[in-house]
Design a protein around this ligand. Sequence first.
Ligand SMILES: [Ca+2]
Length: 195
Amino acid sequence: MRKLVLSVVMALCIVGITYAVAAELQNPDLLKDKKAVETQKAIPGKVKSGTNIRQTAPLKADHIDKNAAKFANAVLPRVIYPSMSHHLGYDGMKFSITVRFNTDMDRNTVIAGSTVIFDFPKAANSPGQIIWINDREFKWVQQSSSRFDICKYDPDCEFKLTLTDGILSKEGLKLDGDSDNKQGGSYTLWFIDIG
Ligand SMILES: [Ca+2]
């Protein structure tokens, strides 16, 4: 009977030790697993704080947004002067006509005989010189010596100014010459010089 009890106790002890050892063996494994998980978390963390990829993408996005914002906030270029048939000027015997825009213009796109055209009764697309006052305003001065060279008075002389939408603002928008609140469209105005 004692032997049986001892055997049972021994068996229980062995089972207990086995479980204990197994538990000890398992614990380091669990720790290792935890460490492994932490390591895995740390890797994406490093990429996040680390840089090249993360910094490049927002920079590109910023660039696009800036351009979009630039055009969204850009002023639609318009002619604000001359607007009436008597808005002409003289430089001695010559015509000297001031043109003013509502925003700074790209001077390279304002070209006499190309994007700035004056048609007179005696001279279609009469040659003239453009003199800038500032980035929003220029004067067109006729090249020939007298307005009588290009005008025909019977009794008044009528002539036409055309500013094409090849004219751009500094922000790169086309002239809204036809005032429809959209880029593009030529601006035309008939002048009358009283004879
Ligand atoms: Ca337009």
